[in-house]
Design a protein around this ligand. Structure first.
Ligand code: NAD
Ligand code: MG
Length: 361
């Protein structure tokens, strides 16, 4: 078992990573000192695959675990769905010491975390992420949220889990496109913080695509370490946590411009990382060779580097609608070299448009 600790004083917690780690759920719950009643939230896809087995393991260890599955997809991250889950929790008479477990991808983690943060002003929350994106990103760091019809993640909180339990075996059933989505965030960690890790990804790309468990364990471990390291320094995103947005400024604009349907998040972030690298090159911060290396690995992981259906002017306008824009200033995360980024809020309009032209070709 590999352990990564997230050190946040009283809110510190462990991330346990292993092949078959979820078999030990009962043992881990015992160390949590929570009541015997547990609500396990999942979506119908993951619930059908792993929900019953999870509940059986908990029941075997003496817990009264109830599985509640919401329908699969981003639309479930809503206030209405949270309300249904509050009703479920009240009906089950969950008290303040009863835990809520999220078993699923980022949608389930964000939704369940939001419910756990607000039900009875907060109950113990455990993340069991099942998609690569959730294992390397959304389950760590404490951002929980639901969407508003006018924008994604507009209603939420910072609420850290008590534990993250990552079972690498879950990835065996993950559809390929979802694997690639998660890999975009994994590449991001290499780009923002660790050249050696980036090289590891390049050297092991075939094993990664083949879902070799020991290689997946390694990339999940290193990604969690990097995310934990950033979050420890800036839990509520007032400074350095912004580096995690590398590729996301343009990525969010692409998602919005294509109605959140043509590209999924990781694909949009991949194009956005390439765009941010191009901006960095035009500002003479990084070399063409660095841009090319990034492009190469994105393509190897079956990720796109351009969005031909988007227009330069539409994307430019959308950049300013991102919720991370403060005082009409965009905080760009730009590249010095692989493994080293810099925040910059003054990029000339013509340079941004030059990069947008290249990624919309
Ligand atoms: P998701 O939860 O919709 O999962 C993607 C798909 O994979 C779903 O169809 C799901 O049923 C399926 N799936 C998950 N695990 C599976 C498995 N083991 N086997 C088979 N199918 C499986 O989406 P996601 O990509 O995991 O997460 C996206 C969400 O995460 C977005 O809502 C995004 O806003 C959020 N997010 C949050 C944070 C954060 O810090 N809180 C960070 C990044 C993303
Ligand atoms: Mg992201």
């Amino acid at each position: 078992m590999v352990n990564v600790k997230v050190k946040l004083e009283k809110r510190s917690y462990n991330i346990h990573i292993d092949v078959s780690a979820s078999n030990l759920i009962g043992n881990f719950m015992q160390t949590m000192k929570v009541n015997k009643k547990i609500l396990v939230i999942s979506d119908t896809t993951v619930g059908n695959l792993y929900g019953r087995q999870m509940v059986e393991l908990l029941v075997k260890d003496g817990y009264a675990a109830e599985l509640c599955c919401v329908s699969t997809g981003e639309h479930s991250k809503s206030v209405d769905m949270a309300m249904e889950l509050y009703t479920k929790a009240i009906t089950l008479k969950l008290d303040r010491n009863c835990a809520i477990i999220a078993l699923g991808g980022g949608v389930i983690g964000d939704l369940s975390g939001f419910v756990a943060a607000t039900y009875l002003r907060g109950v113990p929350f455990i993340q069991i992420p099942t998609s690569l994106l959730a294992q390397v990103d959304s389950s760590v760091g404490g951002k929980v949220a639901v969407n508003h019809p006018m924008g994604k993640n507009l209603i939420g909180a910072f609420y850290q889990p008590r534990m993250v339990l990552i079972d690498i075996n879950f990835l065996s059933t993950l559809p390929n496109r979802e694997l690639y989505t998660g890999l975009a965030e994994v590449i991001k960690y290499g780009m923002i913080a660790d050249k050696e890790f980036f090289t590891y990804l390049c050297d092991h790309y075939q094993q990664i695509l083949d879902k070799r468990p020991e290689v997946l364990t390694e990339i999940v471990r290193r990604s969690c370490e990097i995310k934990a390291w950033v979050v420890e320094q800036d839990e509520c995103e007032s400074s350095i946590r912004a580096i995690l947005n590398f590729g996301h400024t343009i990525g969010h604009a692409i998602e919005a411009d294509t109605n959140f349907s043509r590209y999924n998040h990781g694909e949009a972030v991949a194009i956005g990382m390439y765009g941010a690298a191009l901006i960095s090159k035009h500002l003479n911060m990084c070399s063409q060779a660095t841009v090319d290396i990034l492009k190469h690995i994105l393509l190897q992981f079956n990720l796109p580097v351009s969005a031909p259906e988007c227009g330069i002017d539409d994307l430019f306008k959308l950049l300013y609608r991102d919720k991370k824009v403060l005082d009409n200033k965009i905080t760009w995360v730009l590249l010095n070299e692989i493994g080293e980024v810099k925040l910059c809020n003054q990029v000339p309009e013509n340079i941004v448009k030059l990069a947008l032209a290249e990624i919309t070709q």
